[in-house]
Design a protein around this ligand. Structure first.
Ligand SMILES: [Fe+2]
Length: 168
């Protein structure tokens, strides 16, 4: 499909996001299972529920554009998830592994934040206020998830001895 109008770009962005979110619904339970610290596991479980709603919002937005069967595959999300899975398969200190998991999850959140920022702007430019509202709601939740991960990472979890042990 060529890009002839901003609506074409919006549709492509939404199709990509649909694939990205659907892949995350599958990946997040594995990340929750791999998390060692309760707070991190709960953050992933909470974000899984939000992510299910994100898929529905993107579906609704695509519906407004008359797209019922998005076919695009988000290869960027596929790669981010593959990297996360590689990290999860490594052995080592549970807290250090959680730090690696947080790094992988924040890459995902920042990718989504960028994508939703683009989609909300395009929706506004094209006069699709309903879609813009949906994108804003999800963007808020992605930003909160990212902040929550930062809070967990900086809240003392990594001061539990892993660095001292790593130096011996
Ligand atoms: Fe999401």
């Amino acid at each position: 499909m060529g890009f002839h109008t901003l609506k074409d770009v919006l549709q492509e962005q939404l199709e990509d996001l649909h694939s990205a979110e659907a892949q995350l619904v599958v990946a997040l339970p594995k990340m929750a299972q791999a998390a060692h610290h309760d707070e991190l596991r709960q953050a992933f479980e909470h974000h899984l529920e939000e992510t299910r709603a994100h898929v529905k919002r993107v579906d609704e937005a695509l519906g407004e554009l008359g797209v019922s069967m998005p076919t695009e595959e988000c290869r960027a999300m596929k790669g981010l998830i593959a990297e996360g899975e590689e990290l999860m398969q490594r052995g080592g200190d549970p807290t250090a592994k959680d730090a690696a998991l947080i790094g992988a999850a924040q890459r995902v959140e920042h990718y989504e934040i960028a994508a939703y920022g683009t989609a909300r702007q395009l929706a506004g430019d094209c006069g699709y206020d309903g879609i813009k509202d949906l994108m804003d709601q999800t963007l808020d939740e992605e930003s909160s998830a990212d902040k929550q991960l930062t809070k967990i990472a900086t809240g003392g979890m990594f001061k539990s001895g892993v660095n001292q042990r790593a130096t011996v």
